[in-house]
Design a binder for this molecule. Structure first.
Ligand code: GAR
Length: 220
């Protein structure tokens, strides 16, 4: 059982998926606290509905990012958090948080990193002409979206996609892989070697592939 602290800034659909997967017994974790840097976001309502303690700390009330992160650390430690889960948390994390939770901060990003780092990337992905997009769960390091990759899911990009339709397709997969990443951590499968995260003991699917457009002289 791993104690989680989940950091949010918005709607919290990833938070909801993690709550649901814990309640369904698929993820061996307990959410000790939800922290939002924005008051009145829907993620807080989700926490309340499931009797999960929540805290709002508004970043605007702190002079520096470091002071804000120091307060975060205090809250997370007070709730005995082992693994920090960024779920749509729209703040840059500083070493103050990372040093207190070394390789124990996870983030989800709506692209196949290292491609398309940054925020609001869906339209950029469509405009770039890539045929596949996806999402990534990674450990957070001191760069932006540069940390060791734990798990990714791939979705096709279609010719009639907009940023919004691609976002919706990716989000469905986010809701699976974040819980999967937490469960891999909880079961002790994750081993960090340099910049790689190995999922020890997880069998591979030989010759798995997808082709897009699925024009088809080769069947998947
Ligand atoms: C998700 O799409 C997540 O990948 C993205 O914010 C959204 C949060 O949705 N995160 C980032 O872009 C981080 N750079 P949610 O609040 O419904 O979980």
């Amino acid at each position: 059982m791993v104690n989680l602290g989940i950091l949010v800034s918005g709607s919290g659909s990833n938070l909801q998926a993690i709550i649901d997967n814990i309640e369904a017994g698929r993820v061996d974790a307990k959410i000790k606290v939800v922290v939002s840097n924005v008051p009145d976001v829907y993620a807080l309502e989700r926490a309340r509905k499931h009797n999960i303690p929540s805290v709002v700390i508004c970043h605007k009330e702190f002079k520096t990012r470091e002071e804000f992160d120091q307060r975060l650390v205090e809250i997370l430690k007070a709730h005995e958090v082992e693994l920090v889960v960024l779920a749509g948390f729209m703040r840059i994390i500083t070493p103050v948080l990372l040093r207190s939770f070394p390789m124990r901060v996870m983030n989800i990003h709506p692209a196949l990193l290292p491609a398309f780092p940054g925020t609001h990337v869906w339209q950029t992905e469509v405009d770039s002409g890539v045929k596949f997009a996806g999402c990534t769960v990674h450990f957070v390091d001191e760069g932006t979206d540069t940390g060791p990759i734990i798990i990714q899911a791939v979705v096709p990009v279609y010719e009639d996609d907009t940023g919004d339709t691609l976002n919706a397709r990716i989000l469905k997969q986010e809701h699976k892989i974040y819980s999967q990443a937490i469960q891999l951590y909880a079961e002790g499968h994750l081993e960090i070697q340099g910049h790689r995260v190995l999922a020890k003991g997880i069998p591979k699917v030989p010759d798995a592939f997808m082709i897009n457009p699925p024009a088809g002289i080769f069947d998947p």
